[in-house]
Design a protein around this ligand. Structure first.
Ligand SMILES: Nc1ncnc2c1ncn2[C@@H]1O[C@H](COP(=O)(O)OP(=O)(O)OP(=O)(O)O)[C@@H](O)[C@H]1O
Ligand SMILES: [Mg+2]
Length: 500
């Protein structure tokens, strides 16, 4: 193990890391920091939750020095607003003993005033989402002409079609001579090739363990084919598993996230939602409630799949399967972070079995056929250590946190018998008809959003402006699936650094 001091990080930064008990570098940090300090362009790839943020954050801070000049020198571009805020906070903490370092978070859905003030105050590091960055650049408030360091976090997402045009525009504003760093847990070959366009002789740093597959070794994976109408009931039971701490549940659509959060709330759990139908203040408030423990279940769309770091998430549940294997890795990677253990449960609906097959193959899970699973299935209880007596809702005696739904919790009709009972109901074809096309949340919604706004508060993406209540709350949706895989236990890591 190498300490940060041994990596030539200055005392003022090391002492800030010490405050959090971070003394030894994680493998990606150990590898990337020396290369970055030598000025190399870097593609840094390491699994979720293994410390990539400081892997790029520390060399940038180190290079800026104790007393950087007051103009934008480093730019970190990320795909979602929540991640922008989080990376901003991570850098603030690492720079907390360097009072002259100023950092600004620039993303959509928030008032321009504070962001403009931070830039006018001479921020040297800017963390942001593409839409608002370009917006403020066009208004000549954000100057990019003297940027020395640029980082794309979640780089494969940033270079994906949804973001690429904006990212290209940002790069076109940057000086040719600069240091460029790309970080992500997933880096498909095509993206690596594409990235060369923006980099000079990049070094590809990959932390890999030859004994491990592509999945994060600290996570146990279970995949179940479940009936859509039984899923809430199954989730209610999983939420009572032994050792269950903070839990993130991913849905495919904003509407499904909203409905499920309400449903779980009715069932006595402390659930909040984060998705694009909420305004930014609501999104942040809910994520903060999850971070500070007021709520212990976060129901989210893929907006929360990448990069979001919340301590002690013990379980991730995929209420419906992710788009592909990359999204799978990012979603389940909200647990099993910083060496901790996590559990990932994925429901596969009938109509998603083929898609699951592709994910299974890509990740080499060896479980093409998800196990048919009901809320009463013995293997559900034994796999996940659920007490035998658990039902799908908390009773007065099992409820820990009193709080009922603000709506009183009664009579939200509907769920009367749904899915409860013997789970046998429903039989097969959960015939995918609840697919809610067009309601899919887009992690990159920030793009458009910021474009359409100048000044004022209105930086919301169109889909986000549909506001609040994607009403169809109690609509019964179909969907189901599941089965369980697993992954090994991780050990020593190896790092491969190769010149691109
Ligand atoms: N050297 C360290 N010692 C202890 N904890 C660390 C260290 N470096 C990072 N951490 C913590 O590990 C957690 C995961 O780090 P981080 O969010 O940077 O992961 P990541 O690799 O970016 O994951 P993702 O791919 O999901 O974005 C964070 O809570 C971070 O504070
Ligand atoms: Mg990250």
């Amino acid at each position: 193990m190498t300490t940060f001091r041994e990596l030539n990080i200055d005392d003022s930064i090391v002492s800030a890391l010490d405050d959090k008990g971070f003394t030894e570098a994680f493998p990606i940090q150990e590898q990337a920091i020396p290369l970055a300090l030598k000025g190399n362009d870097i593609i840094g790839q390491a699994k979720t939750g293994t410390g990539k943020t400081l892997g790029f954050g520390l060399p940038v801070l180190q290079e800026l020095g104790e007393h950087p000049e007051d103009h934008v020198q480093a730019l970190v571009v990320v795909p979602t607003r929540e991640l922008a805020q989080q990376v901003y906070e991570d850098l603030l903490f690492a720079a907390s003993h360097r009072p002259d370092v100023k950092i600004a978070a620039i993303y959509g859905g928030k008032s321009y005033d504070d962001q403009i003030a931070a830039l006018n105050d001479g921020a040297q590091i800017v963390v942001g989402t593409p839409g608002r960055l370009l917006d403020l650049n066009q208004q000549h408030i954000l100057q990019l002409g003297r940027v020395r360091f640029v980082v794309l976090d979640e780089a494969d997402k940033m270079l994906d079609l949804g973001f690429l045009p904006d990212v290209e525009r940002i790069f076109s504003k940057l000086p040719d001579v600069r240091q460029t760093m790309l970080f992500s847990a997933t880096m498909p070959g095509a993206i690596v090739s594409l990235s060369r366009r923006f980099m000079t002789h990049p070094i590809h740093v990959q932390v890999v363990d030859p004994d491990e597959g592509l999945t994060q070794a600290n996570i146990d994976h279970f995949v179940y084919r479940a009936h859509p109408l039984d899923k809430d009931e199954i989730i209610g039971r999983i939420l009572q598993a032994e050792g269950r701490g903070r839990t993130v549940i991913f849905t495919r659509t904003k509407r499904a996230a909203s409905r499920l959060a309400d449903e779980l709330d009715d069932r006595g759990f402390k659930a909040v939602a984060v998705h694009g139908d909420l305004n930014q203040d609501q999104r942040e408030r809910n994520l903060n409630r999850f971070r500070n423990g007021e709520a212990d279940v976060l129901v989210a769309t893929d907006v929360a799949a990448r990069g979001i770091d919340v301590d002690d998430v013990t379980h991730v549940i995929n209420h419906s399967i992710p788009e592909d294997e990359k999204d799978y890795l990012h979603r389940v990677g909200r647990t099993g972070r910083a060496g901790k253990h996590g559990i990932a449960v994925t429901f596969v609906d009938w109509e998603d079995v083929a898609r699951w097959g592709m994910i299974n193959k890509a990740l080499d899970f060896g479980q093409p056929e998800p196990t048919e699973t009901y809320s009463t299935s013995p293997h559900l209880f034994s796999d996940l250590h659920i007490p035998e007596a658990a039902t799908g809702r908390l009773t007065a005696s099992t409820r820990s946190g009193e709080r009922r739904s603000s709506r009183g919790g009664q009579d939200h009709g509907g769920r009367g018998g749904q899915g409860s009972h013997d789970g046998r109901r429903g039989g097969r074809r959960g015939n995918g008809r609840g697919r809610e096309h067009g309601d899919r949340d887009r992690p990159h919604s920030d793009r458009r959003d910021d474009h359409r706004s100048q000044g004022g508060q209105q930086g919301e993406a169109k889909q986000e402006q549909t506001g609040e209540a994607a009403k169809p709350r109690r609509r019964r949706r179909r969907r189901g699936h599941g089965q369980g895989g697993e992954a090994g236990q991780g050990h020593g890591q190896q790092t491969a650094a190769s010149a691109e």
